[in-house]
Design a protein around this ligand. Structure first.
Ligand code: NAD
Ligand code: DAU
Length: 349
């Protein structure tokens, strides 16, 4: 394989995937196609942007004509598709944007790949990056496996589920060479501060309330973003075509407990008296339709491909906090402008 297209490479997870592939595979030409929405930021890739095997393509996956043109021009052999609207709260206030990018955009990408691959799928691969949220919500026990029935509960997860179904339908109907992974909550450097952990880091720094939805009892399974990027590398190169792999951290936390832990780390790093940041915790109105618990059974990827998380959670969280404290310009840049309007509207702050 010579030419790899990564969509959404200027976003949080995508930028870690681009960096890994550009540095690990110098023979591979990596194209990063991204619309640079509020969540896309080329500052995430400053360290690799001048590498000879990297090229940025500014464009929108909802533009079918543009996609057909770039596939004709560059004749990619592989695609790793991460571009998406990714925030559940935004999907509740504007579901249409999620259908447009996550469903229509994915189908456009499948069609563009089909247009140049259809006569010979040999050596081609389309990797669709999805989420554990397609499986719905768990009670106190049990785990999501690859055969758990889809039961999406939010507009975001419904749009991701629909995109997964289209990828599988193309594999089944046309023999299209696809693989899908469904991953749990990622955390780490470069995550946009609308998501729980970077939002709390930003608010602690600015002595602002930490908004916890409902009672903070909801549970998520957290994975360090570089471990997700490593899993994507493993599945891209060794995963079976048409298969699905679940990826997770085996690391479940109640929201209130993870925020308390984060407060303690922040107090230590900022030289505060322990307990100072916890005073900022504020319980607010719950997210509509809030999924109670996600937990991934990641035994298939471990047993078949030998992947497992490498970092202990506390170590990953320390690394994440250090990154945000050292990269104040990044945080400042992404939280000026449109972020303020979003924050005011969503949190009535
Ligand atoms: P993100 O919101 O940080 O980044 C999304 C990127 O996609 C941005 O760079 C944005 O500019 C780009 N994009 C959005 N709409 C586009 C369009 N129409 N055309 C081209 N580019 C567009 O998202 P993320 O958290 O990095 O998630 C990446 C992928 O991983 C998504 O598909 C998401 O569903 C999936 N995922 C995320 C998590 C998580 O915890 N963040 C977990 C599992 C799966
Ligand atoms: O599980 C994978 C998913 O994880 C990805 O597919 C999504 O793209 C990603 O955004 C993430 O979704 P969540 O909704 O779980 O992440 P978020 O950071 O928005 O919220 C984490 C938990 O914290 C969730 O239970 C809601 C809660 N929360 C969130 C915010 C933003 C709060 O209590 N307060 C907040 O202000």
């Amino acid at each position: 394989m010579n030419k790899l297209l990564i969509t959404g490479g200027a976003g949080f997870i995508g930028s870690h995937v681009v960096r890994l592939f550009v540095t690990k595979y110098p023979h591979l030409k990596v194209y990063n196609l991204d619309a640079l929405t509020y969540a896309g930021n080329l500052e995430n890739l400053l360290d690799i942007e001048n590498q000879p095997n990297y090229q940025f393509l500014h464009g929108d996956i909802t533009d079918e004509g543009f996609l057909m043109q770039v596939f004709q021009e560059h004749a990619f052999d592989g695609v790793i598709h991460l571009a998406a609207e990714s925030h559940v709260d935004r999907s509740i206030s504007n579901p249409g944007a999620f259908v447009k990018t996550n469903v229509n955009g994915t189908v456009n990408l499948l069609n563009a790949a089909m247009s140049i691959w259809k006569d010979d799928f040999a050596g081609k691969r389309f990797y669709h990056v999805s989420t554990d949220e397609v499986y719905g919500s768990l009670g106190e026990t049990g785990f999501f496996t690859e055969t758990t029935a889809y039961d999406p509960q939010s507009p975001y997860s419904a749009s991701k589920a629909a995109s997964d179904h289209f990828v599988r339908a193309y594999a089944n109907t046309y023999g299209f060479p696809a693989v899908i992974t469904n991953c749990s909550n990622n955390y780490g450097p470069h995550q946009f501060p609308e998501k729980l952990l970077p939002l709390c880091i930003h608010n602690i720094k600015n002595n602002k309330p930490l908004p916890i939805y409902g009672k903070g009892e909801n549970i998520r399974d957290w994975l360090f973003v570089e471990d997700h990027a490593r899993a994507i590398d493993v599945v891209f190169h060794q995963g079976q075509l048409t298969a699905t792999y679940n990826i997770g951290g085996v690391n479940e936390w109640k929201n209130i407990d993870i925020v308390r832990l984060l407060c303690d780390i922040m107090d230590r790093k900022l030289g505060n008296v322990q307990g100072t940041s916890q005073e900022l915790i504020t319980f607010v109105k719950d997210r509509a339709g809030h999924d109670m618990r996600y937990a991934i059974d990641a035994s298939k990827i471990k047993n078949e491909l030998g992947w497992e998380p490498s970092l202990q959670f506390e170590e990953g969280l320390e690394k994440t906090v250090d990154w945000y404290l050292e990269n104040t310009d990044w945080l400042q840049n992404v939280t000026s402008g449109a972020y303020q309007a979003y924050y005011q509207k969503h949190y009535h702050a």
